[in-house]
Design a protein around this ligand. Sequence first.
Ligand code: ADP
Ligand code: ASP
Ligand code: MG
Length: 407
Amino acid sequence: MALIVQKFGGSSVADADKIRNVARIVTETYRMGHSVVVVLSAQGDTTDDLIEKAREIHPGASKREMDMLLATGEQISISLCAMAIERMGYQAISLTGWQAGMLTDSAYSNARIKRVRTERIQKELDKKKIVLVAGFQGINKYDDITTLGRGGSDTSAVALATALHADLCQIYTDVDGVYTADPRVVTGARKIDEITYDEMLELASLGAQVLHNRSVEMAKRYNVNLEVLSSFSGKPGTKVKEVVKTMEKTHVSGVAKDKNVARIALVELEDQPGIAFKIFSLLAKKNINVDIILQSIGRDSSKDISFTVARSDAQAARELMEENRDIIGFKSVEVNEQVAKVSIVGAGMANNAGVACKMFEALFSAGININMISTSEIKVSVLVDERDTERAVQAIHDRFFSEFGNA
Ligand code: ADP
Ligand code: ASP
Ligand code: MG
């Protein structure tokens, strides 16, 4: 007998039939003799709808009140699903984040789980109940409801699996597993049977929303037995683990895109020591994360520096630069919000010089211009014009994964 955490995303609980489908999967697992803890997201587009409702009332609503509102979505799902399970003749109990002991820090709208107090869940499992926990939410030291950031129910599930020492954490979603690229956008995307935590973490951080990146980070740290699979097809999914059998063979595991990007360019900076330090320490103090950085060669004692930030931080970054124009010393600041980042990820690419070249060749063949490049041992990212994003992903994917291409 095992302890299994099963998480179902928004599209898997979107209506009454889908909730009944979840209840069927959960009770089948229970009937096999396992203890089951279920984590649910809000139904369908509920979270987006709630955000829209808030905007109608107050576009600048406080993050605390936003969390109070958004957390209601997941509570609808768990209570309805508990009812569906009860109707099938099994005992179930739904618990909010605080009832389930999900203790977080105080960063409303993007809280991190600090600890899970499992006593209540354990007590209910001991009574042989199926326990349903609201995903995406927790409670902070002020007894306020917090949320974990968009897509955060995956992280709730992995945190529970860790704290309960579960044998398996299954993330059920609307695709058959993790693919070489978003299967809804890219023709020919292939399902990956096994992927390493490191590669999955990169893919998730670079825009593949199939798993919340913090859930992968946590799964890696605590060696959680993680699986991504479909709520609908019944097919085997993708196993996420430390080492995979195919690791030596493939150079590239997947292609991801991220449109939440903006590029800031500082033009005609003085070419002298300390400039980069001034710029990036100002941004760090305001908690603005910088991703790709590019500095031009100095000419006539001037140079340019450009960098990318999340699109939501672009205007704040521009204002900060403008306010400090005299201290930094530059001619102008240019912001481009119509860019996107396209990346390839693969554990095997570190020792293979041709991989980046193959990616650039694919973009060249498609007539797509590269604005910036950044590389690491396990990924290559390029910045392209936003309107080229989908074409870029498809072209790169074709180059690495077409029938005759070898990744
Ligand atoms: P859920 O509501 O179940 O949490 P999400 O919408 O958050 O589901 O994530 C699943 C979606 O992730 C898929 O429908 C798919 O379009 C998208 N996706 C993006 N990249 C990938 C990828 N590499 N593999 C699988 N799905 C991906
Ligand atoms: N309902 C939340 C969201 O839409 C959390 C989740 O789905 O994981 O972001
Ligand atoms: Mg999700």
